[in-house]
Design a protein around this ligand. Structure first.
Ligand code: CP
Length: 325
């Protein structure tokens, strides 16, 4: 267990060692237990987190804000469009200035080709930890919450369990690649057999797939890429069918939406869930109900979406308590 994590940024767990990632889970479970028992845990009294949003959010905003209050501190909700960022505040200025006012800076910036670099630029100039609330490449706290939900179902030894990280059709908007990219690199570290199932136009970044492959080699798990939606469900212990954009095929959102329409039958339904090994269903939410997943599945007995959403709170509190002291 690595315990000295004060001052560390969380941009992706790929930059944290196995021991450090395991520390997050141990602390998250402890904080979850404390909250369940009503035990005070004001570990960040008088500390302030700046939460900077360049994109909308429900779960991330509410869980970070609640988490800081439960830790005895305060979280500021800041929207880029209602600040001088809209008039030219640079990443350097945000890092320097907000880092002097606050004890942590959390950022959501999902614009393709912009978000990850922006967060890294802020981190370069910030004297306090920078936490990635989702960028174009990664959604670290989502993947950590997903992994904790998997541990709660199967125990901490998930070697040999099969996770199907799958594309599914959605019509609402072209979503970032960040959730599947974070999930395949994290789950392969724990020896899971990870399937990435997606139509050919919905590829992930090759370097992320290479990292998942390398993680699987080191952990004794496996990583394979499929393009058959039903095959991804067969025998899986965990299924995670969700939409993302055809971003590596086209950066034109309308063109991406048009390509996606070829795959409207990629919906998680009861027939497909019956193909699994009594697997659990995960989704980061929001989901396009009855387009991406049927009500019967997302509200059904195999769904863990509410535990998964709750676990965002606990893993985020763990990382804040470890890094912002
Ligand atoms: N899963 C997730 O990040 O939800 P929000 O977009 O509502 O924050």
């Amino acid at each position: 267990m690595q315990t000295y994590l004060v001052g560390r940024d969380m941009i992706t767990p790929d930059e944290w060692t196995d021991d450090e990632v395991n520390t997050i889970f141990e602390v998250a479970v402890d904080l979850k237990r404390k909250r369940a028992l009503g035990e005070p845990h004001a570990l960040l009294r008088d500390k302030v987190l700046a939460m900077m949003f360049f994109f909308s959010s429900t779960r991330t905003r509410v869980s970070f804000e609640a988490g800081m209050a439960q830790l005895g501190g305060h979280a500021q909700f800041i929207e880029s469009r209602t600040t001088q960022i809209a008039h030219g505040d640079t990443a350097k200025e945000i890092g320097e200035i907000v880092g002097r006012y606050c004890d942590g800076i959390a950022i959501r910036q999902v614009d393709w080709g912009v978000g990850n670099q922006y967060i890294r630029d802020v981190a370069k100039y910030s004297r306090v930890p920078v936490l990635n609330m989702q960028c174009d490449w990664y959604h670290p706290f989502q993947a950590l919450a997903d992994m904790l939900t998997i541990f709660e179902r199967f125990g901490r030894d998930v070697r040999g369990k099969t996770l199907n990280m799958s594309w599914a059709y959605a019509s609402s908007y072209q979503k970032p690649l960040s959730v599947p990219q974070s999930m395949i690199t994290l789950a392969t570290r724990f020896g899971m057999n990870v399937r990435l199932t997606r139509p050919p136009e919905f590829k992930l970044m090759p370097e992320i797939e290479d990292l998942a492959r390398e993680n699987a080699r080191k952990s004794g798990g496996s990583f394979e890429v499929l393009d058959d939606f039903d095959a991804g469900f067969k025998g899986a212990d965990v299924v995670y069918p969700k939409s993302w954009g055809a971003t590596l095929t086209t950066t034109d959102m309308q063109e991406s939406a048009d390509i996606a329409k070829k795959y409207v039958d990629w919906i998680a339904d009861e027939r497909r869930m019956a193909l699994t090994n009594d697997g659990i269903y995960l989704h980061c939410l929001p989901a396009d109900r009855n387009i991406e997943v049927t009500d019967a599945v997302i509200d059904g007995p195999q769904s863990r979406v509410y535990d998964e959403a709750e676990n965002r709170l606990h893993v985020q509190k763990a990382v804040m308590a470890l890094t912002m002291r």
